[in-house]
Write a protein that binds this ligand. Structure first.
Ligand code: URA
Length: 185
């Protein structure tokens, strides 16, 4: 584990730990406040993110930004990263070896940000961070505490694009996050 952002960022620049490096345009490392109380973890970059090198800048990201606005969160106040930093072709789920190869970068990001709250966006984030035994449908909307961090699993914003009825859950889950963050130093 690296003790500084500089070292961590340097370590990933030419990453070829899994096959996704062959098809990426950009490594999508993470964005936001490096001392944020709240961290968001998604699945992996899509086409727009791969092109621009920033997480959640495509359709799902725009929806997430709108939800942030609805609950009074600012994108620049939180830290946003993904399980895998390079785009899986055709937006397929990251394969186990790809996620495993990449997870230490994410763990290092968590170590450096030291968030009080981590929002897990969808099943891939939930299973890779908290364990394969969790399912997003039953876990979402409920706090899970691990080693002093409060985890809030919720729908992936792309799921809201497919099913509008999930939007209300997503907003409600974010409201819980904002409420807890306001009570935490
Ligand atoms: N979906 C994700 O999981 N992450 C992104 O950065 C964009 C879309």
């Amino acid at each position: 584990m690296f003790e500084t952002w500089e070292e961590l960022e340097k370590s990933i620049v030419n990453c070829s730990k899994c096959k996704l490096y062959k098809t990426r345009q950009n490594i999508v490392f993470g964005v936001g406040n490096k001392e944020a109380k709240i961290m968001f973890i998604g699945e992996g970059p899509g086409a727009d993110e791969d092109r621009l090198g920033e997480p959640f800048v495509g359709r799902a990201g725009k929806l997430m930004n709108m939800a942030f606005q609805a609950v009074g969160l600012k994108r620049e106040d939180v830290y946003i990263a993904n399980v895998v930093k390079c785009r899986p072709p055709s937006n397929r789920n990251p394969e186990e070896d790809e996620a495993n190869a990449c997870l230490n970068y994410l763990r290092n990001q968590v170590l450096l940000v030291k968030p009080k709250i981590i929002v897990l966006l969808g099943s891939v984030a939930l299973k890779n961070i908290l364990g394969k035994e969790y399912g997003i449908t039953s876990a979402r909307g409920k706090w899970i505490e691990r080693k002093g961090i409060q985890y809030m699993p919720t729908w992936h914003p792309a799921a809201l694009l497919r099913d509008e009825t999930k939007k209300i859950d997503f907003i409600n889950d974010l409201k819980l996050v904002v409420e807890l963050a306001s009570q935490t130093n």
